[in-house]
Write a protein that binds this ligand. Structure first.
Ligand SMILES: [Zn+2]
Length: 298
């Protein structure tokens, strides 16, 4: 328990420091195609921002209603909403799920307006989303829609019912493994060691997607047997743990730029993000302001 208490102390100290300085909390909005994408890609930093008093919203652009091998439609959308609410409660962030069918997302004008308004209404400093060359069409078009909004959020007579933003937010991408036309190139990498259990707990409650296997699962993955279910949940946790540990190794060089060589070598789990060429272009100092997690570097 001691490390947890220590961590809580640092969090409280950080919050009071922010209050002392009178600094406005950062406002971050993350877009994912399905109710689990944001949690996987940014659940760690989201929990870290939230713990420091910053405001984070995770938006799923579709309702996830075909994301299961056995069930679909309204009941699945409701089940996934419940799971996302539970997960995001663990992370300490706000959730929104847009009522667009899973597998049917298109980069239409109507959806461009939805995303533009969502960013404006959250008054975001930072917007995260997938790159537009992901394998899944919903992921791809979420990436395109966020790109399409990157400039339009500042244009007063586009969606004039929600005031345009005076400051263009910074837009960044989640990592993926796709190489063509160009591979993911990290601009910031963050140690999520302090919140790894919280992130794994959050993903653990999304039973429909991970324990049961989502769209490509089957009845054998999560049988109706308490012991087998526990084993499966442990396996899911281990798989995610390996994934985020792999990120730390993969992005070690970028971790070094933010934490220094000694400390970056000790990071076990990481998340990383790449700058979009649209939106505000931050220098390293501003990146460190948007990701205020490098206090203990050097
Ligand atoms: Zn997805």
């Amino acid at each position: 328990m001691k490390p947890l208490l220590l961590a809580a102390f640092f969090w409280f100290s950080a919050c009071s420091l922010m209050a002392d300085e009178g600094a406005r909390p950062l406002r971050i909005i993350c877009f994912g195609a399905h109710p689990d994408d944001c949690e996987i890609q940014a659940g760690g930093v989201a929990a870290m921002w939230a713990a420091k008093g910053h405001k984070v919203k995770l938006v799923s652009v579709t309702n996830g209603d075909i994301g299961h091998w056995r069930e679909a439609g309204g009941p699945l959308a409701l089940r996934r909403k419940k799971e996302a609410d539970q997960a995001d409660k663990i992370l300490g962030v706000t959730t929104e799920i847009l009522d667009i069918h899973d597998g049917e997302l298109l980069p239409t004008l109507e959806n461009r307006k939805l995303i533009t308004k969502a960013i404006r209404e959250w008054n975001a400093d930072l917007v995260l989303g997938p790159r537009p060359n992901d394998y899944h069409p919903d992921h791809r078009y979420t990436g395109v829609l966020v790109q399409d909004a990157a400039y339009m959020v500042t244009v007063p007579f586009f969606c004039p019912d929600v005031p345009a933003m005076k400051n263009n937010p910074v837009f960044m991408y989640y990592p993926d493994r796709f190489q063509k036309p160009n591979p993911f190139k990290p601009d910031v990498a963050v140690s999520i060691d302090s919140v790894i259990d919280k992130k794994l707990d959050a993903l653990g409650v999304m039973i429909s997607q991970f324990a049961e296997g989502g769209a490509n699962g089957g009845p054998n993955l999560y049988p109706d047997d308490a012991a087998k279910q526990k084993t499966r949940q442990e396996q899911v946790r281990k798989n995610f743990s390996n994934w985020f540990a792999g990120n730390a190794n993969h992005f070690r060089e970028t971790l070094g730029e933010f934490y220094g060589a000694d400390q970056s070598g000790k990071v076990q789990f990481a998340e990383a993000f790449e700058l979009c060429e649209y939106g505000r272009q931050p220098d390293k100092k501003e990146l460190e302001r948007l990701f205020p997690f490098f206090e203990q570097k050097k």
